[in-house]
Design a protein around this ligand. Structure first.
Ligand SMILES: Nc1ncnc2c1ncn2[C@@H]1O[C@H](COP(=O)(O)OP(=O)(O)OP(=O)(O)O)[C@@H](O)[C@H]1O
Ligand SMILES: [Mg+2]
Length: 419
């Protein structure tokens, strides 16, 4: 008998349309893939994209309410900030949509990238106010006159003049000032969500946005902004511009509670008509360490596995495989930073990081770490892992106090090094 696996094939016994089980060659696992796509599990558990406007969030009711209130209060604008991956964009999407539903006012959404400038960020609402930033440019015409000597066959042999003219179009940077923009935008009524503001590298752009908010606020303009970005302090996003602070209501988004994370799994399971056993849900919430991204990722992998096996109950037997595949799918920066950190021959680096990941607080002291590391000597590894020349996976905040540089690392380590 031919052994398909010996030929490099992956084959399975699958029922054909009459229900008979037959050996079907499926080298790329496409039959399972089709079943997964059909189940819509990837639209329910979405680790790689924010929750879209109009969809429900787990928890976050108080934050949404606060942002909607701010957007509906004359003279106030909103700022939402927090760690990477904590759920800012999801919350901002849902809050902006809720504000729109409550008022039926239009809203604009701009997700920034590092090339954005003040003009590109506000292009759409400015266009609605009648300003086309792409046409803000001027044309210069230059005429050069040069004397040329008459050449070979010129009988007269006198000097002649030659004229060359050229036209250039300039679009000077930063042509629209904050005051100009405020004047136009104040004619609009509605909201604008500016997400991923932290990636805008140009400091002048952030400063101009802060000035714009101050100006809109001073005139009680009905055009309201919601700024969103990764930051440790709100001032990081407005380039420390002090005068804006009175007009900007800040919300710091914290990590999600275990109960909120569990409710993500339960709601998804209900939508898919699957059942996650309680211990699996609890373990997914613990591994996620407050980050909904990992909850979605682990729940997705578990659900895909169940669909593959044609089962509708997810037991703890599904978790090890889900964790392995989740680690492979995790963001490259986390994988590289962790691999780099533990490359040393000494196992103490890994031990320090696993101990730090077992703690539940963002910041921890050396004493807490030592207890978590069961009294092992951690001093050298700790200073190396947080030193400038090292992999800087940990950051020293003050004498004897540390945190993970990327706070999602705690969850990544819990998944890759189960304890
Ligand atoms: N309240 C919530 N309920 C359910 N899922 C959530 C919630 N908040 C976030 N998520 C999920 O968590 C993941 C990360 O969310 P999101 O992209 O909103 O975070 P972020 O803080 O904007 O991330 P980044 O810092 O990378 O921009 C996404 O998979 C999203 O679907
Ligand atoms: Mg985001």
């Amino acid at each position: 008998m031919v052994d398909p696996s010996a030929q490099g094939w992956r084959s399975r016994l699958r029922p054909n349309y009459r229900g008979d089980r037959r050996l079907v060659a499926d080298p790329f696992d496409l039959i399972v893939e089709a079943a997964i796509v059909q189940s819509r599990v990837r639209e329910v558990f979405t680790p790689h994209q924010p929750i879209q406007p109009g969809y429900m969030l787990a928890g976050r009711g108080a934050e949404i309410n606060r942002i909607v209130q701010v957007l509906n209060t004359p003279g106030q604008h909103a700022l939402l900030y927090g760690d990477r991956g904590v759920g800012k964009s999801s919350l901002a999407n849902v809050a902006t949509y809720a504000a729109h539903q409550a008022t039926m006012l239009p809203y604009y959404v701009k997700r920034c990238d590092h090339t954005d400038t003040f003009e590109s960020i506000f292009r759409e609402p400015l266009a609605a106010a009648g300003v086309d930033v792409q046409r803000v440019e001027y044309t210069a015409q230059e005429t050069k006159t040069a004397k040329t000597e008459a050449k070979l066959f010129d009988a007269v042999g006198v000097e002649r003049e030659q004229q060359r003219s050229s036209t250039s179009t300039y679009r000077p940077e930063g042509l629209i000032g904050a005051a100009d923009a405020a004047q136009h935008l104040a004619q609009l009524t509605g909201f604008m969500l500016i997400d991923e503001l932290d990636v805008v590298e140009d400091q002048a752009t952030r400063r101009k946005i802060a000035e714009l908010i101050k100006l809109l606020s001073d005139t009680s303009a009905p055009f309201k902004l919601l700024l969103v970005g990764i930051a440790e302090t709100a001032a990081d996003l407005t380039d420390g511009h002090k005068s804006v602070q009175r007009s900007l209501r800040e919300t710091k988004l914290h990590r999600m509670s275990v109960d909120e994370l569990r409710s993500i799994v339960r709601a998804g399971a209900d939508a898919l008509r699957l059942r996650f056993e309680d211990d699996v849900t609890a373990e997914i919430a613990r591994l996620s360490a407050g980050y909904p991204h990992f909850t979605h990722l682990l729940a997705l992998k578990c659900a895909e596995h169940a669909i593959r096996l044609r089962e509708d109950v997810i037991t703890s037997a599904a978790l090890p495989l889900a964790m392995t595949t989740a680690v492979e799918d995790a963001e490259g920066t986390l994988r590289h930073q962790y691999a780099e950190s533990i490359r040393s021959a000494s196992t103490s680096y890994r031990e320090v990081l696993v101990a730090a990941a077992s703690l539940d607080t963002d910041e921890f002291t050396v004493a807490q770490l030592r207890t978590a590391a069961q009294g092992r000597n951690i001093t050298n590894a700790l200073s190396r892992l947080s030193s400038d020349g090292g992999p800087t996976v940990l950051r020293r905040l003050s004498r004897g106090v540390y945190r993970f540089t990327d706070p999602r690392m705690r969850s990544y380590i819990r998944i890759i090094e189960p304890f």
